[in-house]
Design a protein. Structure first.
Length: 631
């Protein structure tokens, strides 16, 4: 696990500023504290920070081909590198190291842009081919590893984190109003957008293939997609029997390491499944790490202990203060952009704790998205069934009106969301799903925005994010559509961003077996009825795991890394919230109608309404704006 950076001139005669390249690379020292390396010639500057995991002695980067004319810098792990290396050796390629990085160089030589099709792993890498005068930059299929880039004055600058690009004196820093709209809707800035105009994130499953010639042109291309159009497997029972074998294979590929390796263990289904598979694959005891809270209703450590006891793991537990506020300001530095997933707080702490014991940790992320574990999937499916029975001509006037006048009701049954449900029934399926996902719904945002900010949006709204994802695709199954959207937006923008930044802040590598692309390609074709059965999410996964895990771990109520946001914002974070809302940065941004912002907070403080998620999202934006103002 590492960090990469680069400056690429479209004019081969232009020299790259070495000191600037080093400054950019040093901004991500936390990603790779063990080593650094540079390539600088022919108008191309590449930089690398290394966290040594495989081939500790020979894995120094950049790495070259046989004649030194093809060079790569790489962040991530290629899990099938030994298999690919043997294939390349049979074709005459000569290897000088045992690292997975060198496999990428020779794969490029042999297959060109199709090299990514041969790689199973998490990666962001940049290859310079001096023979062809081509730069090739690729990102893995799900976006486990990040890559930011911008075109400035006929130069392409890129890096693993946004803070790398910001070291460049010409890096764009104008905030993009569309990114603000997306952030306030989703709680993160979705790929390929960035909080700043003219900076982009390379989307998951995409690459840049660039010629060193003028005029400068940068365009991303997609090389992989989920099999959204593939038919589901007809024999669900047989597929369920295959699940454990396929999961175990994905885990096994991720156990290669020359440094201490372990796993996160929350006690939930997914992390417990990974630990169970690891324990069956290795002779030594698995190192497991768990954190708990000092409040029983937020503490899962008893369930983690059940799995640790069953598999006799080397289990490490730390209990943290549920009012762990000191991290809030630090998150702005860690994530570079506004980021509103409050579970980033415990994720940061579990990575910090795990790094005391291991350098590599396996995670259970991905299970909810693959096997329909989120409650929102059940709600969306119920609403979709109702939507299909009512003509569109009737839905919009009836439910649109009800959605406006109906208050959010705490007594609403679990299969409905009262006001949100009525709003959703008046919308298309994709827009309804966005409405259910929103941190701040469209009607709320419209009340909060200032006239000035609305003008800057020029009619843009965040429905465009989901529209672009589903454009040109027809989903016979509304659940598959919701899962597909999550894999394209929520997964790279929220889940994997959270894990990458939190782990890299502590020089910890996190591997995600359930995001093995061959496993996901297979699992995505399981019938939805096998995943959502008897109102039970992840039914196929839980059923397959029954011989491997305690019943309580499989069938208890899902908890997750819960944070008591609403109570915090009425109690110990009340003053901080009010300070942010009244700050010069918030006022000068011109985003909000200030009196409506204060009204929302007043309603929350008096408990007339629960605006916890919305106010947390706004507070994290305000803290980002304060940093920008004083930068």
């Amino acid at each position: 696990m590492c960090g990469i950076a680069g400056i690429f001139s479209f004019n081969s005669e232009q020299q790259i500023d070495q000191l600037l390249l080093e400054k950019m690379n040093n901004a991500q020292q936390h990603r790779g504290p063990n080593d650094q390396g540079y390539y600088n010639q022919n108008g191309v500057g590449l930089a690398h920070r290394r966290l040594s995991i495989i081939d500790l002695a020979g894995g120094h980067q950049p790495i070259f081909n046989e004649d030194g004319q093809v060079v790569v810098v790489f962040n991530g792990e290629i899990y099938n590198f030994q298999e690919v290396a043997e294939q390349l050796k049979s074709k005459g390629h000569i290897f000088s190291t045992h690292s997975d990085t060198e496999t990428i160089v020779h794969a490029w030589e042999e297959w060109g842009v199709d090299c990514v099709q041969h790689l199973n792993g998490m990666f962001a890498f940049a290859i310079w081919d001096n023979h062809k005068k081509e730069l090739f930059i690729a990102r893995d299929r799900f976006g486990e590893k990040p890559l930011h880039y911008a075109l400035v004055n006929n130069h392409l600058i890129f890096g693993s984190e946004l803070k790398v690009l910001k070291q460049h004196p010409q890096c764009p820093t104008e905030i993009d109003p569309r990114a603000i709209e997306d952030y306030l809707t989703l709680g993160y800035v979705p790929d390929p957008k960035c909080i700043y105009k003219n900076i982009h994130k390379l989307e998951a499953g995409h690459y840049l293939h660039i010629q060193q010639q003028l005029p400068a042109e940068v365009k991303s291309e997609q090389y992989w997609d989920l099999p959204w159009h593939a038919p589901v497997y007809p024999a669900a029972e047989q597929a369920e029997l295959q699940l454990i074998g396929k999961l175990k294979q994905a885990v096994d590929m991720r156990l290669v390491s020359e440094v201490p390796l372990g796993a996160f263990l929350s006690g939930g289904v997914d992390s417990s499944a990974i630990v169970a598979m690891m324990s069956q694959l290795q002779n030594s005891a698995v190192n497991t790490c768990a954190i708990g809270f000092d409040v029983p209703e937020f503490n899962e450590t008893d369930f983690a202990q059940k799995v640790a006891d069953r598999y006799k793991t080397n289990h490490h537990v730390e209990i943290i203060d549920h009012e762990d506020f000191e991290l809030i300001d630090k998150l702005i530095q860690v994530y570079d952009e506004p980021y509103a997933d409050s579970s980033a707080l415990p994720t940061y702490r579990v990575c910090e704790m795990a790094r005391k014991h291991v350098t590599v940790s396996l995670s259970g992320d991905g299970g909810d998205e693959i096997f329909a574990g989120y409650r929102r999937y059940k709600l969306h499916l119920n609403e979709e069934l109702a939507r299909q029975k009512i003509p569109l001509a009737l839905r919009r006037p009836i439910f649109g009106t009800l959605g406006k006048i109906y208050p959010k009701a705490d007594w609403a049954p679990r299969f409905l969301r009262a006001k949100t449900t009525f709003q959703s029934l008046a919308m298309s399926s994709a827009h309804a799903y966005l409405n259910s996902m929103s941190k701040i719904r469209a009607d709320q945002r419209a009340k909060l925005y200032s006239k000035q900010f609305k003008q800057k949006l020029h009619g843009y709204d965040s429905r465009a994010v989901f529209d672009e994802v589903v454009n040109g695709k027809e989903f016979a199954d509304p659940l598959k559509m919701a899962q597909y959207i999550d894999f394209k937006t929520w997964m790279p923008g929220d889940i994997l961003t959270k894990v990458d930044r939190a782990s890299m802040a502590h020089a910890l590598e996190v591997r995600v077996p359930m995001l093995d692309h061959t496993f996901v390609e297979w699992a995505f074709r399981l019938p939805s009825a096998t995943n959502l059965k008897n109102n039970q999410g992840k039914a196929s996964l839980k059923s397959a795991l029954e011989p491997h895990l305690p019943h309580d771990n499989l069938y208890r109520e899902k908890m997750g890394f819960s944070i008591p946001l609403s109570a915090w914002l009425r109690g110990p974070l009340k003053e901080k919230l009010e300070s942010v809302l009244q700050s010069d940065a918030m006022r000068l941004s011109g985003i909000f109608e200030h009196k409506n912002l204060l009204k929302m907070n007043s309603e929350h403080q008096s408990k007339r309404s629960d605006h916890g998620a919305a106010l947390w999202t706004i507070m994290m934006l305000g803290l980002f704006l304060q940093r920008e103002l004083h930068a």
